[in-house]
Every structure is written in C-alpha cells, then in structure tokens.
Design a protein around this ligand. Structure first.
Ligand SMILES: O=C(O)c1ccc(O)c(O)c1
Ligand SMILES: [Mg+2]
Length: 639
C-alpha cells in the first residue's frame, strides 16, 4: 500500500513538512489546502519539489460545502471546483476530497446530493481527475460512512468514490463492520487517526486531539481490518489534527507517523492471518486475498517483557560516591566493580543498580549534558535479539556500546530522548562483567526491597504520544488511563504503560505548565525526551522497610497531618493503622478491593527520588496521592 500523511499533521513550512515526510520514507502526501494557499511558490514548483523528494501529491483536500445545495449555490460551486481542478492538474494530484456539507443552506436530499456529485465527477473525468466523498462526523445531513456510500452508489460515476476516515466513524461509535461489504475499488482513499477518549464536542475533539494509530483509544485496528477485507488497495494515510503536533519537531512527528503505520499494518496482518487460517471464519477468503495482495509490514513479534533487569545511572565521581551512599542507605549491597571501567554494581533482591562514572563513556556524556540521570535500562526479554530486531524494524536506532575484554554484548536500542534500552535474558546476572567485592567493606543487610515496581519518567508535553507509541509498538506495553495530577504550580498529565502481566510498569508524567517540578526537570536536563523522575521499589512489608531505611539515614518527604485526618474521614481504616502510617510518612490508596501503601524519599541531587511501595491486589500507582506528595516536595524545597 502507498503510505501517506496529510500536511496538516506536522509543524513547519510546507517545504519543511515535505522534507520531514520524505525523510521518514512516506510515498506521498495529502496536501491540505491551507498549506498550499499559504505557500509562496507555484503548484508546478511544488510538484517538482515533491517529485525530487520522491513524494506523490496523492490527495488535495478539503473541498467543502458542495453537495445537496440549492441550484444557485451549486452552479457557483462548480466554478469553484474547476479552479481547484486547475490547481490539481498543475500539482499532478489525481484525487480531491469532498467532505460532507456543513452549511446551513444544505438540503436534506440524498438524490440531489448524488446528482450534484455525479456532475462534479463528470467534470473531473474530463481532466482524468477523481472525486472522493467523505462523511464528516458533524456533517449537516451526512455524517456516517453508510450514508456517504449510499450517495456514492446512487451517483454511480466511475470518477466518484468513497473516502473513509477512522476518526469520523469511531468518534460517533458507528459500527465499522459494514465496511468489508463495500467493494474495495469504490473506496478511493483511507485516512487513519486515533484519539484519546474525551467527552468533548466532536468538532473540537477532531480538530485538536487526534493522534496517530496506537497513541489513542479508538479501535483503529478493527477499522483498518474492515478496510482491507473490502479489497481496498489504495493509500494508507494519516490525517491528524493535533495542537501539540503543530509545535513538535516535524522530523520526530514523521518518524512517529511511519512507526504508527508499520505497527498498525503488522497488528492487522496478525488478525488477517488468524482469519485466513480458519476458512470457515467470516471473511476467511477475503483475509487470504488481502494478505496475498498487500505487503503489510511484518516486524518480528513483540516480546513479553519480564521486568527490569538493571537500571544504569550516569554520574561524575562526586555524584557517584553520593549515589553509592544513597543506595547503601536504601539497603543495597555493593556487589562488584567492573573489570575494566569505572562502573559499580549494587544489588538488593532482584534489583540491580549500576553506577557509571567512566570518563568519556556515553553515560558520562549524558551526565555532562543533563546532570545525574538514568542513562540506560536493562529489560528482561525471552529473546533479546528478537526484541531489538523488532525495535529496529519499527524505526528505533540500534545501540552498540564499546566492549571491554570478556564483556557481555547486550542487544540494545535508543529510547525516545536518548536513554539506552538493553534487552537481557531473564535471570542473567551482570556479575560476569564485574569483579566481586570481597573486602567486606559493604555490610548492607538489605531492607526488604524485592524488585522494581515501576519507573516514572518526566517528559515534555510533546513527548507523551511519542513515548506511548514507543511503549506500545516496540516494548509491547498496554496503555492505561490518563489522569491529571495537581502540582502546586500546574497540572501534570500522567499515563501508565505496562505489560499485560504487570511484570514491567512504566509511568509517564508530562507537565502542561512551565512551572511544575516536572517541567523544571525537563528544562534543567535540557532534554525533552524523558529523564527518570522516580524509581518505585517494592517491599512486602512497608512498615518494616521504612523503619529500617530511616535507621540507615534515609529522609522521607514529610506528608501533612491534614492528609491523615482526611484519610480517616474518607476511608474505612483503623485509626491506629493510619497513625502508624503517619509516623512512617506512608500514604495510601484503597480501590477495587486492593490497597497500595507508599512512601517517598527526598530527591537525589534534586533529580530523581525513590518510592517504596507495598502493593496488595492493587493495579494503580497511587495517583490520588501525587498532589500531596508534590505539595510536600514544594514546601520542603520551595523554589
Ligand atoms: O475538520 C475538518 O474540517 C476536516 C476536513 C477534512 C477531513 O478529511 C477531515 O477529516 C476533517
Ligand atoms: Mg478526514
């Protein structure tokens, strides 16, 4: 299939958009009319520029308020269309999108609409152009694809076909399962868009909050599968109206865009395979034909990730010393020093922390760039090589670290924002690369921390969708619901990604305000792409763990007394338990029959902090407690 994207989906001037789209290896564009009108260059020059970049101008759009008009307006619209056909000829663009009429003058008369579209198609045919008719969700009389299709059928002209847009169908909760019955050659173009679920006027939702397939919550896979079962063989295109994309660097948007299409194709390929293997299944034969006809993307399958293997921190010597002391206070044991590098390994339970201060290393460069930070993650994967191959097939860069003698080579990729993700066989200890520490200098006995419960990232607001797609497509994670958390100086948007089994959890925090701690972290690191905000470490007995750590000098974020009074009012908890929580700075969430107890340490070097958590049949992250934590952090360190 030809892969294309609407120019409205990206930031920049039209020329910059074309360059970014071409660099991400799209085949063509939907030229959004406003982009062309505002472009300082002729249609012929634009055509030449697109050709030079290997891009087709596959669709010109939109042409508005055409069908079902009274005769006088209809004649005027035909003149308007002829002028646009002139532009299309000069552009070398074969197809124009006519979206359903939103004018108050439009008549509720499908026969008139069909006759007028027939006339338009006849005019287009004289120039060998084609007309595609799309139902807008807010069209005056036509807003469902079935209505648009009935009008196209009734108009019965070979130069008139249907345009489908997943947003309009799915936003209205219309059933896409009739699409497979439409003859594929009568569908002229398909636009895909996802979106988060929002209770918003549909026009506002459509014009400001669409995102790429895989970044939202609409069932775009079912929609696209239906399209392919129809026999459709045209463009797979993205048309995304999104306020954030309008300011996101367009090279990143274009890569996200292509990644979303490769992911969508590969997911739907799996569905079609399933249907084709069971010939009795509905549409089994149509699925087999689609697979034969199309070259859908086929990356290696997603791996079920089995938790964090290690977390690597990039620091200088002074911070390395302090961080090692912090780890020991947290009950970690300093178990090894790297054979050939200034790298140290700390362990407690299944948690492995690596401190890298090696001069000249990438970890150290990241420190120079952003201060103390998490520069790499090790994730347990059943097949690490295949996990990295999938990432590369879905456009992640591979990472190779220079190897010392006898060092393990771990397949690795670069995450958005530059941190390295290594894939590791579960249970592989890092010890092979480390000289064991036998001095007995470290006598940490452990504090009951067993594994990493989750890692939370601080992201710039334009990185949320990028990370969501990276997590879903490349790491095989599922996205949870998005929430808004109140920092004293603005709102934080929060969304969790996790494996279905919850063995690996990642939480994304993005600030919509410039003044929150999260925003400050994004600014001071100079990196919008994500730095670790906190690391949550699990214990089976949080009271014992907090006591142990307090004895070892760990400092906790102080929680207001009012919080505990409110807990007693709000939840049916034993007063003695609540007072014990208060004495330990522990906060609590009780929901859906589960309970989450957690406490926050002071931040290390004003960067990341640690959270100690006890999770009992609880699937969330204590988001209800984020506000009291952020208020407490701000009061403890006002700035
Ligand atoms: O918001 C709009 O007007 C609009 C225009 C053209 C489209 O293809 C579309 O999906 C929406
Ligand atoms: Mg559309």
């Amino acid at each position: 299939m030809r892969r294309s994207i609407a120019t409205v989906s990206m930031s920049g001037t039209l020329s910059q958009k074309l360059e970014a789209i071409a660099a991400a290896r799209f085949d063509g564009i939907e030229l959004f009319e406003a982009d062309f009108i505002n472009h300082n260059g002729s249609a012929r020059d634009l055509r030449r520029q697109a050709e030079d970049l290997g891009l087709g101008i596959d669709l010109y759009q939109p042409f508005r308020d055409f069908e079902g008009m009274p005769d006088a307006q209809f004649q005027r619209s035909l003149d308007r269309a002829e002028r646009k056909f002139d532009v299309m000829e000069a552009l070398g663009c074969p197809l124009v999108l006519v979206c359903s009429n939103t004018s108050p003058l439009a008549l509720n008369d499908p026969e008139r609409a069909a006759a007028q579209l027939h006339e338009l198609a006849e005019r287009a045919a004289r120039r060998n152009l084609r007309i595609g008719y799309e139902a807008l969700a807010w069209g005056r009389w036509v807003n469902l694809y079935q209505q648009a299709w009935q009008i196209v059928e009734r108009a019965d002209h070979p130069h008139l076909g249907l345009i489908l847009d997943s947003f309009h169908t799915l936003s209205l909760k219309d059933d896409p399962s009739g699409i497979a019955q439409i003859p594929g050659e009568r569908i002229f173009f398909v636009q895909m868009a996802d979106a988060p679920l929002m209770s918003l006027d549909v026009i506002q939702w459509a014009r400001h909050h669409r995102n790429f397939p895989g970044q939202g919550q609409l069932d775009v896979e079912t929609f696209f599968e239906q399209v392919l079962l129809s026999g459709y063989n045209g463009n797979l295109s993205l048309e995304i109206f999104n306020d954030v994309f309008r300011e996101t660097p367009n090279r990143r948007t274009a890569v996200d865009a292509m990644r979303s299409l490769l992911y969508l194709e590969s997911q739907v390929r799996l569905r079609l395979n399933q249907r084709a293997q069971t010939p009795d299944a509905p549409e089994g034969a149509a699925a087999a034909r689609a697979l034969q006809r199309l070259d859908l993307a086929m990356p290696p399958p997603a791996q079920a990730l089995q938790g964090y293997n290690f977390i690597e921190f990039g620091v200088d010597e002074a911070h390395g010393q302090a961080l090692g002391e912090t780890f020991e206070a947290l009950g970690f044991e300093h178990v090894g020093h790297h054979r050939s590098k200034a790298v140290d390994l700390y362990r407690q339970g299944d948690i492995q922390f690596v401190i890298n201060t090696q001069p000249g290393s990438e970890a150290r460069q990241r420190f120079d760039d952003q201060g103390p930070n998490v520069c790499a993650f090790g994730l347990n994967a059943a097949d690490p090589v295949q996990a990295a191959n999938r990432a590369a097939a879905l456009l992640s860069a591979r990472h190779h670290s220079p190897l010392g003698p006898q060092e393990l080579q771990l397949p690795a990729i670069i995450a958005p924002g530059g941190a390295v993700v290594h894939f590791v066989h579960q249970g592989t200890p890092l010890d092979a690369d480390f000289e064991p520490r036998t001095t007995g200098a470290s006598t940490a006995t452990g504090a009951g921390l067993t594994h990493i419960d989750h890692v939370a990232l601080a992201l710039a607001h334009d990185q949320l969708d990028t990370w969501t797609l990276f997590g879903k497509a490349i790491l095989g994670l599922q996205a949870g619901d998005s929430q808004e958390l109140a920092d004293p100086f603005g709102l934080i948007r929060n969304c969790a990604l996790s494996t279905p089994s919850r063995e690996l959890r990642l939480v994304m925090n993005a600030s919509t305000s410039q003044r929150t701690r999260t925003a400050r972290q994004v600014h001071t690191t100079g990196h919008s792409g994500g730095s670790v905000h906190h690391l949550a470490l699990a214990t089976a007995d949080i009271f014992a763990t907090v006591r142990r750590l307090s004895e070892r000098g760990v400092k906790w974020v102080p929680i207001s007394a009012n919080y505990y009074d409110d807990l007693l009012a709000r939840l049916d908890l034993d007063e003695a338990l609540v007072r014990q929580m208060q004495a330990h700075h522990i906060v609590c969430d009780v929901s859906e029959g589960g309970r989450y107890l957690h406490a926050y340490t002071e931040a290390f070097a004003d960067r990341f902090f640690f959270e100690v958590v006890q999770r009992d049949h609880y699937d969330g992250y204590g988001a209800v407690n984020a506000a009291v934590r952020m208020a407490a952090q701000t009061q403890a360190r006002p700035r």
